[in-house]
Write a new protein. Structure first.
Length: 167
């Protein structure tokens, strides 16, 4: 029993100093003072529709994506050109049908068939161009539009863009 008490006393004496020691820690890092950091203002405005959403809308109906992005004149131009190409495609197709019914010369029929294809290609190109324009417009939604023409000091006319730096 005496050996058990002696062993526990030795164990208690040797374990106490080890438990009382503090584990060394690195000094805490100081946070930078607010005067040391530059806060960048959040100036990005999200467009009313995603770029891919605008692209798919204008691919389906040219001018739709532009209208959602509040680019009404650009959308109206695409809609107008869609109307012209659609009207001319239908008109050329009717003329081709008429020429085939009356038995017109093969050269005339082939020329009219080529005209129908040309108008159809222009209509498809209008869809692709409207989709690409809507995609880019949504990407550049918050780009400043301060483009102006001024007379330069030497008398020529030049174009310039104003870039504002916030301080």
């Amino acid at each position: 029993m005496r050996s058990l008490v002696l062993a526990s006393a030795v164990l208690a004496l040797t374990a106490s100093p080890g438990a009382a020691q503090v584990i060394p820690q690195p000094p805490p890092q100081r946070e930078p003072q607010p005067s040391d950091t530059i806060k960048v203002p959040q100036f990005r405005e999200e467009p009313p529709i995603s770029p891919l959403g605008a692209m798919w809308r204008s691919l389906l109906l040219p001018g739709w994506g532009q209208a959602v992005l509040n680019r009404r004149v650009t959308g109206a131009v695409f809609i107008f050109w869609e109307g012209v190409t659609l009207t001319m495609t239908v008109k050329s197709a009717h003329q081709l049908d008429y020429q085939e019914r009356i038995g017109a010369e093969a050269e005339t029929v082939e020329g009219k068939r080529q005209e129908v294809q040309d108008w159809a290609v222009l209509m498809a190109f209008n869809h692709l161009l409207a989709a690409a324009e809507a995609f880019v417009s949504a990407q550049l939604w918050d780009f400043p539009a301060d483009l102006e023409m001024q007379r330069l000091q030497n008398g020529d006319v030049g174009a310039g863009v104003r870039v504002y730096w916030r301080r």
